[in-house]
Ligand binder design. Structure first.
Ligand code: PGA
Length: 250
């Protein structure tokens, strides 16, 4: 089941998404949060930090597992997703850092890195709430458009469009990693709840195809149509194609 909330802008999207995470942590203080990187969740993380600073949230019992990491980057590299998570969230809240998991980008043996990460996801007892962004090509995590869905954590060759989209964070395009470790579709779909967030016109087509198009590995997020508890929080621009095709959301 998919429930869609329309936010008027990025700020409202961020606050609503943060609200859902707030509710999860409050109702189950020892929950497992599946977390995401990218520009989209930054505002939600900022909001969570603000609530934490006001004493309204306690992350001391929370475990987190992140979706993905670039292969070849260390956690100290300012473009790694471990670094992103520390800087945008973990350094500012009372989560136990040893309970925050991100695939090990420095493990050169892909099979080992992926098997270890699957084991971590199993050992924490699965994910209560998985936060997702969506790529302009419909990717979730780094599950890129492909001929088949990959079930578990795997090493991916990033598509040219993803490399281009990420190039803005690197000095030179050659510096953008070409591979990443990412949770697979089964890992994501096993989460009890999914929270997908999207902002901006450049996500409108992917969001429409994902929520109302054919379920296909060519649009990885389309698999979410089969999940029983998905909440989408998106701003008007990201929902523009859906609204155009299907009418105003209530
Ligand atoms: P973005 O990335 O939040 O930087 O747009 C989302 C994604 O690619 O999953």
């Amino acid at each position: 089941m998919i429930t869609i909330y329309k936010a008027k802008d990025y700020q409202e999207m961020s606050r609503r998404a943060a609200n859902i995470i707030f509710a999860q942590v409050t109702l189950k203080p020892d929950c497992v949060l599946g977390l995401a990187t990218g520009s989209t969740p930054v505002g939600a993380y900022r909001q969570l930090v603000e609530w934490y600073e006001k004493g309204e949230l306690d992350f001391s019992g929370v475990t987190s597992v992140n979706l993905d990491e670039y292969k070849g980057l260390s956690g100290d590299n300012d473009q790694s997703y471990r670094y992103f998570m520390n800087r945008n969230l973990f350094d500012h809240i009372n989560i136990d850092k040893s309970r925050t998991f991100v695939p090990d980008g420095l493990e050169g043996d892909s099979e080992k890195a992926c098997a270890e990460y699957n084991q971590i996801i199993r050992s924490v007892g699965g994910i209560d709430l998985q936060l997702l962004g969506i790529g302009g090509n419909g990717h979730i995590g780094f599950n890129e458009p492909a001929e088949a869905f990959e079930p578990e954590t795997h090493c991916v060759d990033l598509t040219e469009s993803t490399i281009q989209a990420n190039a803005r964070f690197f000095e030179r395009i050659e510096d953008v990693p070409k591979q990443a470790y990412t949770m697979g579709i089964k890992n994501i779909m096993s989460a009890k709840k999914i929270l997908l967030i999207a902002t901006g016109e450049n996500k409108a087509e992917a969001l429409y195809q994902s929520l109302y198009g054919k379920i296909t590995p060519k649009v990885p997020a389309s698999i979410l149509q089969l999940h029983k508890d998905v909440t989408v929080v998106a701003d008007e621009a990201a929902l523009s194609r859906i609204i155009k095709e299907r009418g105003e959301l209530v």
